[in-house]
Ligand binder design. Structure first.
Ligand SMILES: [Mg+2]
Length: 282
C-alpha cells in the first residue's frame, strides 16, 4: 500500500514497512516571503547563515571560477552593515578562498564544512582536533578515478578530499562517481570518515566536522529574534537540523530536506536578500 504523497512531505509505506524518504519542504511562496521579510524588518537581533556554492553563487566547472560577483558582494555588504545583523558565510571552501573574498568585510565565516570558524574581525578558530592521516589511504583511490575520468581532478582541503567531475563527460562522470562512492563508503566506515555527495563532486571528510556544530557557536548565544539559514546540499542539512523550530530554513533545490522551505535557484536567494535589504527587484 502506498500512501498518497502529500505536497508538504512524503512517507512511502510498503506492506506496513515505512521507508523514510525525507520530507519535501514547502515552497517559499510570495506570501510566505512577505511574511518572512516582515518579521526580518521587525526584529532587532538577527542571525543569517548562508552557504556559498549553489546558494548565493552558481556552480562553475572549477571551484576557483565560482567567484562572488559584484551583485552578491554588494548584497552581502548591505546585509552585514546593518548593526542588528550577524551574517555568516557557512561554506565547504577553505580559509584561503574565504579570506580572499570576505576577509575585509563585516561577515563572519565558517570554512571546510565547519572545521574552522572566524568571527568578524577576529582570527580563525579551529573547532576540534582532527586527524588527516586517513588521506594517504583515500588519495590513491581518488587518483584512479581521475585517471579513468578525463576532466576530473582532486582538491585537497585540510580535513577533506574532493573529487570534482563537473568538466568530465556527464555519463562517464556519473557512472564513475557512483562506483567511487561505493568504494569510499566501505573505506569510510573503517576510517571514521563521511562521504558527501555534492553537486558533481564526491567529497570525503573526517566525521565530526559539520556545519551544524560550527553554527552552534552563534545559535547557542541565544537572544536572536530572527534566524535564517540557506543552503543547497547535504552538508547544509546539519545546519538545518540544529536550528530552533521558529528559524527560517531554506533549501535551494527541490529535494527532501530538513529545511522548512524551498526555493529553486541562486537567483531566488538573491532576490530574497535584495528584498531584505530593501533593494527593489527587477
Ligand atoms: Mg552549497
Amino acid at each position: 500500500m502506498i500512501f498518497p504523497l502529500k505536497q508538504a512531505g512524503s512517507l512511502l509505506c510498503w506492506f506496513g514497512k515505512s521507508i523514510r524518504l525525507g520530507f519535501y519542504p514547502r515552497k517559499l511562496t510570495p506570501e510566505l516571503r512577505d511574511k518572512m521579510v516582515g518579521e526580518y524588518r521587525k526584529s532587532k537581533r538577527r542571525l543569517i547563515l548562508l552557504d556559498y556554492d549553489g546558494t548565493i553563487v552558481p556552480f562553475a566547472d572549477r571551484p576557483d571560477e565560482a567567484k562572488p560577483d559584484e551583485d552578491v558582494m554588494n548584497l552581502l555588504r548591505l546585509l552585514a552593515q546593518d548593526g542588528g545583523n550577524e551574517v555568516v558565510i557557512v561554506s565547504g571552501r577553505d580559509r584561503k578562498f574565504l579570506d580572499e573574498w570576505f576577509g575585509d568585510t563585516r561577515l563572519s565565516l565558517v570554512a571546510e564544512h565547519g572545521a574552522w570558524l572566524k568571527e568578524r574581525g577576529a582570527e580563525w578558530l579551529f573547532i576540534s582536533p582532527l586527524e588527516d592521516d586517513w588521506k594517504k589511504d583515500v588519495f590513491p583511490v581518488l587518483k584512479q578515478y581521475v585517471g579513468a575520468t578525463p576532466g576530473s581532478f582532486i582538491e585537497e582541503k585540510s580535513f577533506s578530499l574532493v573529487w570534482h567531475y563537473r568538466a568530465a563527460d556527464p555519463k562517464v562522470g556519473e557512472s564513475n562517481a557512483k562506483e567511487l562512492r561505493g568504494r569510499l563508503k566501505s573505506l569510510a566506515a573503517s576510517l571514521n570518515l563521511e562521504v558527501l555527495e555534492g553537486s558533481k563532486t564526491v567529497e570525503v571528510k573526517s566525521s565530526g566536522v559539520n556545519k551544524g556544530r560550527a553554527i552552534l557557536h552563534w545559535v547557542s548565544r541565544g537572544g536572536w529574534d530572527f534566524m535564517l539559514a540557506v543552503g543547497d546540499d547535504a552538508t547544509d542539512e546539519d545546519m538545518f537540523a540544529v536550528l530552533p523550530k521558529t528559524a527560517y530554513s531554506i533549501k535551494v533545490r527541490v529535494a527532501p530536506s530538513k529545511a522548512r522551505f524551498v526555493v529553486e535557484s541562486v537567483g531566488d536567494v538573491r532576490s530574497l536578500l535584495r528584498e531584505m535589504v530593501g533593494i527593489p527587484s527587477g
